[in-house]
Ligand binder design. Structure first.
Ligand code: GRF
Length: 188
């Protein structure tokens, strides 16, 4: 049984989707959900599904061993970032080489890097009048959004689309594709 950790900082819509897809499987399970924000929605999704939910504060995350210890305690094989807003340090990357996946709500390398998350991404896409946006699923290294790209999926944008409309289209791609890309990558 392959054991996943899901790391997130927000509402956890991606985490909930992954949790629900894993419930249908016998080969991959979500071993732990880790969040840096007390009370974030992602923690409720874990608890509602009987999955250990651990809060590691931003301050505690400054010591990478605090995260590595929790991951090892839960015998994690792969790490999935689903809206985790802190950078993953080199220590964690070395402890889990090529075993950390992230989803970014844009078509990297554009609209990536520090500070480019959530609505900031969709606003930048909107400001630049892009005709397409989408998602990028990639391996994580110690630089924001720069690991090898695994898959990208695009959505066509209309001139009338607001940043909120763009976010809606991008989130639909996340829900449609993130779990299956995770499973394919892990089982390769
Ligand atoms: C999603 O937009 C995802 O692409 C990005 O962070 C957001 C997470 O949203 N990495 P949620 O917490 O899964 O709802």
């Amino acid at each position: 049984m392959i054991r996943l950790a899901i790391l997130g900082s927000g509402s956890g819509s991606n985490a909930l989707n992954i949790i629900e897809q894993c419930k249908q499987r016998l080969d991959i399970q979500v071993a732990v959900v880790i969040c840096n924000i007390e009370g974030a929605g992602i923690l409720d999704h874990a608890k509602n599904n009987g999955i250990p939910a651990v809060v590691i504060s931003n301050n505690e995350l400054k010591t990478e061993d605090n995260l590595i210890h929790v991951l090892q305690q839960h015998q994690v094989d792969w790490i999935v970032l689903a809206g985790f807003l802190r950078k993953i340090g080199s220590g964690v990357c070395q402890a889990f080489p090529n075993k950390i996946l992230n989803i970014h709500p844009a078509l990297l390398p554009k609209y990536g890097g520090k500070g480019m998350y959530g609505h900031f991404v969709h606003e930048a896409v909107y400001e630049n009048k892009e005709t397409q946006s989408g998602i990028t699923i990639h391996f994580v290294n110690e630089h924001y959004d720069e690991g090898n790209i695994i898959a990208q999926f695009t959505a066509n944008l209309e001139p009338s689309d607001t940043p909120k409309d763009i976010e809606t289209k991008v989130r639909a791609l996340e829900i449609a594709h993130f779990p299956s890309v995770i499973f394919e990558t892990i089982l390769k």
